[in-house]
Design a protein around this ligand. Sequence first.
Ligand code: PMV
Length: 356
Amino acid sequence: MRLATVEATPNIAVVKYWGKRDEELMLPNNGSLSFTMDETLKTRTTLAFSPEFKEDEAWINGEKLDEKALKKVIKALDAVREAAGTSEKAKLVSINGFPTAAGMASSASGMAALACAANEVLGLGLDSKGLSILARRGSGSACRSVLGGFVEWRRGEKEDGSDSYAIQVTDENHWPEIRNVIAVVDHGEKKVSSRAGMKQTIETSPLYSARQQYLPKVIEDVKAAVLAKDFNKFGELVMRESNDLHSVMLDTWPPILYLNDVSKEIIYAVHEYNENAGKIVAAYTFDAGPNAHVYTTEDQVKGIKEMLSKIKGIQKTVVCKVGAGPKKLSDGHLIAEDGSVKKHHYDAEKNGIVVE
Ligand code: PMV
């Protein structure tokens, strides 16, 4: 048996991926940009391969996956096996090092960790481009989590997806003051999965094609604002982009509404906060759910938390910095040498993953 353990973190897009040009290869219709989060929200994954394993098995947050949930993992493992030219079955054990109630989907960090662990355990020798392509096959947005800092996922043109991968625009030290204040509104499962939602949007939204036309310029403008560390410019572009995404969602038939009344309160409160500041110092962005990610700078975090604390319906706030990307661990494996799953859990008090 061979194994490797990797920790990866989620990324939160400031220009969003919404829509695939190839469902199987997970190729996007548009490029996107994100910041990779720091270890506040890490996911640890141990991946083992052995000729002795009879079938693929996976445990996430202590629960063995049932057939339906396992399917997604097997799809990602098949991409890994294809890259390695092996048919060995795998055991995957993954745990989030943050409370489930953080309202964060962990597919990006989970799939990025899987790709990086596979690279290590199977000796694939992939660079960040190869890792990104592999992670993309598991979950589109995961391809951005193989890198730290500020990351661009290039749309690419080729049908085989070989030019659709993530590149680092700036590392985590370029703009270290950036913070993401996550306002957790709801940590339940979303009503419409992003996979189904984006497909529905492409098929039915007349506004979607307009969005596709102006997104390349938005990407260039956001990149320029980040490079210049111009928060005022950055913030306006990010909020407008989030609103644009949620407009095409509403324009979808039947409509998809991920924002709820609390999300709307947050939008109004952020605009009021900026108005009082006389410039843009806070910028909300929403993914396929009602939780707000308020990008801001370190000096504003206290004020923003105070502002959010007045909004009824926010369950908690979590503050993240920009992170450095995945990390290989030499101990803390979640699988023992005999192939059994080690006892492990997330300890909120210690804010860490405990392996017995
Ligand atoms: O990769 P998925 O299926 O988790 O889709 C991500 C979609 C958004 O989060 C809404 C946008 C993005 O670019 O992350």
